[in-house]
Every structure is written in C-alpha cells, then in structure tokens.
Design a protein around this ligand. Structure first.
Ligand code: NAD
Length: 260
C-alpha cells in the first residue's frame, strides 16, 4: 500500500517508534530511522528491516532537542528519498517529580524533544507534502495528552501541547491530501516505562512482575500493556485510503485508561 512512499520516524531505534517503522516498512514504505543507541546495533537494525521488507532504509542521528540537527536530518531525507511523505513524530523522554522538585533542565529537555521537535519536523516536511498534495503526519502523544497524572508536569504539558499542534496542523491542511493526527497510547512496555517499573519496584520493595502489575492496575483497566505492533497497525490505518478524512483526532489506544 505504501510502496514508493518515504516515512521518517523520529526515535525509531527502540520501542514504539521501531514498531511503527516496521509496520510501515511492511506496507512498502522506505524508512528513515532516527534515535540514539549503539551504532553497530542501529546499523544492523537498519539493514534487517530493509532486507525483511524489501525497502530502502537510512539512518540519521539528529538530536531532536536541537533545531539545527533536525534541519540537517530533514535535508538528508530529501536528498536521499526526495522528501518525507509520512512523518512520525515519536521521539520522547520522561521524568517523574513533583513540580516544586522538577529540575528546570529536565523541563526544557522534555518540552524540546516531546513537543518542539514536532513543530520543526512538521514545518520542514509540509512544503514537500504540499507539492505532492499527499502527506501523513502522525504525532505520538499519549493518554497524557488527554488527562494528567501527578509527577509528570512537563510530559503532560508537552503531550497536551502536541495534541494542540496536531489539531492546528490538521486544520491548516484540511483542504489538501495531507492529514495530521495524534496517537495517544496508555502503558506500553518499552524502556521508557520499564524505568518507571524499576523505580516503583525499588520504592515499594516489589518484584519486577508485581511492579508491572501495580503500574497497570492503577490506571489501565484492561490490566494489559498496549503493544508497539498494535500502535503500528493504527499508524498504517491513518496512512491508508480509509484514513483520508481522519483529521485532527487524538486517538487513544489505552486499555480504557481515559474512559474512566
Ligand atoms: P523508548 O525510550 O523505547 O524510545 C524512545 C526513542 O526516542 C528512542 O529511539 C530514543 O533513542 C529516542 N530519543 C530519545 N531522546 C532523543 C533525542 N533527543 N533525539 C532523538 N531521539 C531521541 O520510548 P517509547 O515508550 O517507545 O516512547 C516513544 C514515544 O511514545 C514517546 O514520545 C513517548 O512519550 C510515547 N508514549 C509512550 C508510552 C509508553 O507507555 N511507553 C505511552 C504513551 C506515549
């Protein structure tokens, strides 16, 4: 379905971004990977995904907190593939502390990586999408783009902001073939969440399994984690012809979290 298209997925060396990159490659899209990690492992990942799905792949190591590096990454994608047709703004970090204890530099980093980076990639991708009159912009927000949780001021502010940016981008392009939507996952068991499991296990003297269970049952009625594969399938739907009039939504996939 997506052969001949190019997808750039920020933060795709791990977790949800990697799941979405695989799902788009499975549909035939070329992939530009981005994110941190061991250089050899990233190179192996890039080659493996290309081989598995018969698509072209590339990698750029831009730090998503740095606008000049984001510009370099978007120029790299244009030079390599003639532009970005599908933009997945996924890179993100977390830090948990109450407002009065929240380190100011963590606040700045979370706003830069989880929110401002999506503004920069979007403003740079749109002119090319307009020329082709086709584009899909998918912002990985969170259920925390819809509701709050104590201890997550910067994250919740950034994700609510990302849902706002999604709506405005969708409206500004409503009469074009470019759509913009947000995906709002609940708990997904990735390194970002495992750290919160580890912190809870240490704080409350729980085993890893007990801490995972406690984390889930507190917020997610299903008692089950959402998976990167399920989120990849939703991203594929947004990119499909059936998704053409889905514009500006914040679609939660959260095991019932936000229904409470
Ligand atoms: P993860 O830690 O597994 O992956 C994060 C990715 O972002 C990695 O590839 C990492 O290298 C990259 N990254 C981090 N900082 C970066 C930077 N400065 N520049 C470039 N890349 C950077 O986390 P994840 O759980 O897969 O999270 C992906 C997205 O999904 C995030 O935006 C997160 O907020 C969101 N999300 C996660 C969950 C969850 O439960 N895991 C729930 C809702 C939303």
């Amino acid at each position: 379905m997506l052969s001949g298209k190019t997808a750039l997925v920020t933060g795709s060396t791990s977790g949800i971004g990697l799941g979405i990159a695989r799902a788009l490659a499975e549909q035939g899209a070329n992939i530009v990977f981005n994110g941190f990690g061991d250089a050899q492992q990233i190179e192996k990942l890039r080659i493996d995904v290309g081989d598995a799905y018969g698509v072209q792949t590339a990698y750029h190591n831009a730090d998503m907190s740095k606008p000049d590096e984001i510009e370099a990454m978007m120029a790299f994608a244009s030079a390599k593939f003639g532009g970005v047709d599908i933009l997945i703004n996924n890179a993100g970090i977390q830090h948990v502390a109450n407002v009065e204890d929240f380190p100011a530099e963590k606040w700045d980093a979370i706003i830069a990586i989880n929110l401002s980076s999506a503004f920069h990639t979007t403003r740079l991708a749109l002119p090319g999408m307009r020329q082709k009159n086709w584009g899909r912009i998918i912002n990985l927000a969170s259920v925390h783009g819809l509701v709050g949780s104590a201890g997550k001021s910067a994250y919740v502010a950034a994700k609510h902001g990302l849902v706002g940016l999604t709506k405005v981008t969708a409206l500004e392009n409503a009469q074009t073939g470019i759509t913009c939507n947000a995906i709002c996952p609940g708990w997904v068991l990735t390194p970002l969440v495992q750290k919160q499991v580890d912190d809870r296990a240490a704080r409350e003297g729980l085993s890893n399994d007990e801490a995972r269970r406690a984390l889930l049952l507190e917020k997610q009625p299903s008692g089950e984690f959402v998976t990167p594969d399920e989120l990849g399938a939703l991203a594929v739907f947004f990119c499909s012809p059936a998704g053409a009039q889905v514009r500006g939504v914040a679609w939660n996939m959260d095991g019932g979290w936000a229904a409470q």
